[in-house]
Write a protein that binds this ligand. Structure first.
Ligand SMILES: Cc1cc2nc3c(=O)[nH]c(=O)nc-3n(C[C@H](O)[C@H](O)[C@H](O)COP(=O)(O)OP(=O)(O)OC[C@H]3O[C@@H](n4cnc5c(N)ncnc54)[C@H](O)[C@@H]3O)c2cc1C
Length: 406
C-alpha cells in the first residue's frame, strides 16, 4: 500500500537526506523496531539513548510513509474532547491523556534542540467553533481543561475578528503548541541512533514474525533471519495487518502548501496554528519560511490510486475554504498531497502487547490527529514496558481498552 499521493512538501524540501544500508545477513539483537517513520525514530532513539541495542527495519526509504505527508501540528489537544474522554473513561484518565500530550510537546522540544535544524517552533493554537451550535461544547471543554490547570482562554467573535481577521462564533486559545519538520526529525533521530551504535536498515522488509517464550524470530523478504528479545511494531497504518481484529479505520487527509507569504498577509497566523470543531476539521499552520500549510477534507479513501485522483480537487476545496475565512488571501497551492492516517473510535492510540502475539511484540499505533505527540508518549511507555517498569498510561493506551469500547 502506498501511504501518500502527490508531492509532500517535506520530501521535496529535504530530498532523500541519507540512505541507510539494506540488511541481508542473519542477525541477533535485543530490540527490532519495524518501521522507519517518526514513530519508529522516536522509539529507537529513546531505547538507544537508554542502553538498548536497537535494529530498525524500514521497507521503503526512511520517513517515506505517512510521516512525509504529515502537517506536523504538535498539540496537547486530542481530537476527542477531554469532556468526552471523561465520560468514557473517567475524569482522571482523560486528564492524564491530555497531560501526557502536553508534556510530549516539551519533550519533543528538548529532542529537537539536541538535534538542531528540524524547524521546531513554539506556536499558539486556536480551536474555533465552526458554528453557533458548537459554542456550548467548546465552552464546557474549556471549563474542564481550566479546572485541571491547563492554560487556555476563551475568545469571543469580536476578539477573533480583531486579532485573527476571520469570523467565528468563539474559540479556545492556548499557548502550548508547536510545529516541526517531521521528515527531517525522523532522519536526524535515525542518524543519531546509528552514531550511538544502533543499526538502521532501509529497503529491508520484515515478512514473518514468530514469537516464542524466549524471544521473537523474524524473516526478511530477502530471506535473512533475525532473532531478538523484543519487537516494536511501529509500521504505521500497516501495523493493523498483524492483528487479528480491526482496531482503527484507515482514512486519508489532504494538504496543500503555498509559496512563502508576506508577514503582513499572514498576520497572527504566522505564530498560531488553527483547527475547528466540525469533523472532519480544517487545520493549518505556517512553516519557518512563511508558507501556509493547510490540511483537511479527510475521507475514508485508502486506495492509493483513488486518493491520487482526488488530490487536486481536494486542494482546490481547501484553498476555497481558506479564502472564505480570509477573502484577501489568494491561495495558490505550490504542492498538494494526500496521505493515509487512521482513527480509533475514541481518538486514543494503542501501545503495548496484544494477546495474539504475546508479551514480546509491542505495538506502537500512534493513531489520530496528534499522532506525533502520541509517538513521543509511546517511546517512553514502550521503554518502560520493555524494562519491566510500570507506566501511568500503559493501561489506558493498551488493547485491553477495546473491551470497554465494544
Ligand atoms: C495529511 C496528514 C496530516 C497529518 N497531520 C498531523 C499533524 O498535524 N500532527 C500530528 O501529530 N500528526 C499528523 N498526522 C499523523 C502523523 O503523520 C502520523 O501519526 C505519523 O506520521 C505516523 O508515523 P509512523 O512512523 O507511525 O508511520 P509511517 O510514517 O507510515 O511509518 C511506518 C513505516 O513502517 C514501514 N513498514 C511497514 N511495514 C513494514 C514491514 N513489514 N517491514 C519494514 N517496514 C515496514 C513503512 O514503510 C513506513 O515507512 C497526519 C497524517 C497525514 C497523512
Amino acid at each position: 500500500m502506498d501511504l501518500k499521493s502527490g508531492y509532500p512538501f517535506w520530501a521535496v524540501k529535504n530530498g532523500l537526506l541519507k540512505t541507510f544500508p539494506q540488511l541481508t545477513r542473519d542477525h541477533l539483537c535485543e530490540v527490532v523496531v519495524i518501521g522507519g517513520g517518526i514513530t519508529g525514530a522516536l522509539i529507537a532513539d529513546e531505547l538507544n539513548r537508554n542502553g538498548h541495542h536497537v535494529v530498525v527495519l524500514e521497507r521503503r526509504d526512511v520517513g517515506w510513509g505517512s510521516s512525509a505527508a504529515s502537517t506536523a501540528l504538535l498539540q496537547y489537544e486530542i481530537d476527542t474532547h477531554m469532556t468526552e474522554l471523561a465520560e468514557r473513561y473517567g475524569e482522571a484518565d482523560a486528564v492524564r491523556a491530555y497531560r501526557a500530550c502536553a508534556e510530549a510537546i516539551g519533550e519533543l522540544e528538548s529532542l529537537a534542540a539536541g538535534l538542531g535544524d528540524v524547524d521546531f517552533e513554539r506556536q499558539q493554537s486556536l480551536y474555533y467553533a465552526s458554528s453557533e451550535e458548537d459554542v456550548a461544547s467548546l465552552q464546557e471543554e474549556l471549563a474542564l481543561r481550566q479546572k485541571h490547570g491547563f492554560e487556555a482562554e476563551w475568545l469571543e467573535r469580536e476578539a477573533i475578528l480583531a486579532e485573527y481577521g476571520f469570523e467565528a462564533p468563539g474559540a479556545i486559545l492556548t499557548q502550548l503548541a508547536a510545529t516541526i519538520d517531521p521528515y527531517r526529525m525522523a532522519y536526524q533521530l535515525f542518524s543519531r541512533v546509528v552514531e550511538r551504535g544502533g543499526e538502521v536498515y532501509d529497503r529491508t522488509q520484515m515478512e514473518t514474525m514468530t514469537p516464542d517464550g524466549q524471544g521473537v524470530s523474524l524473516t526478511l523478504a530477502n530471506g535473512a533471519k533475525l532473532c531478538c528479545q523484543y519487537v516494536v511494531m511501529a509500521a504505521g497504518y500497516e501495523s493493523q495487518a498483524w492483528l487479528p481484529e480491526k482496531v482503527a479505520v484507515n482514512r486519508s487527509s489532504y494538504a496543500l502548501i503555498t509559496d512563502p507569504l508576506p508577514p503582513e498577509a499572514l498576520g497572527k497566523l504566522r505564530h498560531t496554528m488553527m483547527w475547528e470543531s466540525s469533523r472532519p476539521y480544517l487545520y493549518m499552520r505556517t512553516t519557518c519560511d512563511g508558507r501556509l500549510l493547510v490540511g483537511g477534507d479527510d475521507d475514508d479513501e485508502d486506495i492509493p490510486k483513488r486518493r491520487d485522483a482526488r488530490v487536486e480537487e481536494k486542494a482546490k476545496g481547501l484553498a476555497a475554504k481558506i479564502e472564505t475565512l480570509w477573502p484577501k488571501l489568494d491561495i495558490n497551492p505550490t504542492f498538494s498531497w494526500g496521505g493515509t492516517f487512521a482513527e480509533t473510535d475514541d481518538g486514543l492510540p494503542f501501545f503495548g502487547p496484544h494477546d495474539a502475539l504475546g508479551p514480546r511484540v509491542h505495538f506502537a499505533m500512534a493513531y489520530g490527529g496528534n499522532g506525533i505527540s502520541y509517538s513521543m508518549i509511546g517511546a517512553k511507555l514502550l521503554r518502560a514496558l520493555i524494562e519491566g517498569r510500570e507506566y501511568p498510561l500503559a493501561e489506558l493506551f493498551s488493547f485491553r481498552r477495546l473491551a470497554k469500547m465494544s
